[in-house]
Design a protein around this ligand. Structure first.
Ligand SMILES: Cc1cc2nc3c(=O)[nH]c(=O)nc-3n(C[C@H](O)[C@H](O)[C@H](O)COP(=O)(O)OP(=O)(O)OC[C@H]3O[C@@H](n4cnc5c(N)ncnc54)[C@H](O)[C@@H]3O)c2cc1C
Length: 291
């Protein structure tokens, strides 16, 4: 099978994209890296009548603005993985991007596409929660900035309005005494994770946990923050016993479902194991980091 016939427009500006999407209505889709959209079109699970290609837009930028890293929606996974700047300023993004699919997917797939597609098992939506990312959009009524926590609304569903484009992602740069880690379990290398966990931990001068974020993928219709687990760690010195308890809490708090890849019970077990590994590695990095 191949896709149903569709019209194709190559947009030259954000305003142009919004105009095309407005004219195309519910049957228009943005095309970024095409690594999620095109397979769905080939299977006829998505049948747009108009594709608006955004690859000519100047949205592949990457820069530091004070304490924030600003990333255009068209930054490719490969750039996130390999850029010295991203590795230094936002290593959690680099580590996560290196786990996405295979080298071909990473060469074409984009940060904006991954967030807009909102696959609950995808690494970058999960990491955007762990980083408290801010997502900048442009639409017919102007620009909005959304916290990643308010962006993911349901299975493959986001807060993006019709004719709205995700243009930019802003994340805080790594702080002194901050550690990070992503852990995942996939059935085969390059597959989507069955379950994944991303941790970010910042210690204070006394070695207590000042900030902790634990985000999970593959455990529900959206990526989720494990706030119960975070609450168990914040304000106290972290040790293996606390990490163990927090990881058990993360596993207890989720409501996973069984599917062809894994039972709900197995996803819960994986959540405990991967949360513990991610928190342990993030803490070790935070302890090693120079203040
Ligand atoms: C073999 C294979 C393995 C993969 N493995 C993984 C994996 O392990 N982990 C993972 O996370 N992903 C995986 N993917 C998906 C891949 O990461 C995609 O690149 C990503 O999900 C979508 O990015 P894209 O740029 O390709 O978006 P596209 O496919 O072009 O678009 C995806 C959706 O987002 C919309 N969209 C795109 N950009 C924007 C924007 N800026 N604003 C508004 N809407 C937009 C499109 O209209 C479409 O609905 C895999 C894909 C393949 C083919």
């Amino acid at each position: 099978m191949g896709p149903r016939p569709f019209r194709y427009e190559r947009a030259t500006s954000v305003a142009d994209v919004i105009d095309c999407l407005r004219r195309g209505g519910a049957n228009a889709r943005v095309l970024a890296g095409g690594q999620s959209l095109v397979p769905l079109m080939n299977l006829r699970l998505v049948e747009p009548e108009l594709l608006v290609d955004i690859n000519d837009l100047p949205l592949a930028h990457l820069r530091r603005e004070n304490d924030a890293m600003v990333l255009g929606a068209l930054v490719r996974h490969q750039t996130l993985e390999e850029s010295e700047e991203v590795r230094a300023l936002c290593p959690l993004l680099s580590e996560a991007a290196g786990l996405v699919g295979n080298v071909r997917v990473r060469a074409l797939g984009t940060l904006g596409g991954s967030l807009a597609h909102a696959d609950p098992a995808a690494e970058l939506p999960m990491v955007s929660l762990a980083l408290d990312a801010q997502l900048v959009t442009e639409g017919p009524t102007g620009s909005r900035t959304l916290r990643s926590e308010e962006f993911f609304r349901g299975y493959l569903t986001t807060a993006l309005e019709p004719a709205e484009l995700l243009t930019e992602v802003r994340v805080a740069v790594r702080q002194p005494r901050e550690g990070w880690a992503v852990e995942e379990f996939a059935l085969r290398q390059g597959d989507f994770a069955v379950v994944a966990a991303a941790a970010r931990v910042q210690l204070n001068d006394e070695g207590r946990v000042d900030v902790v974020r634990l985000a999970l993928a593959g455990v529900g219709p959206t990526p989720v923050r494990a706030q119960g687990a975070e609450d168990q760690l914040v304000g106290a010195p972290a040790n293996p016993r606390r990490v163990e308890a927090a990881s058990r809490r993360a596993a207890a708090d989720i409501q996973p479902e069984s599917d062809v890849h894994a039972s709900a019970a197995y996803r819960r077990h994986l959540t405990y194991v991967l949360a513990r590994r991610a928190l342990t590695r993030a803490l070790a990095r935070a302890e090693e980091a120079t203040p």
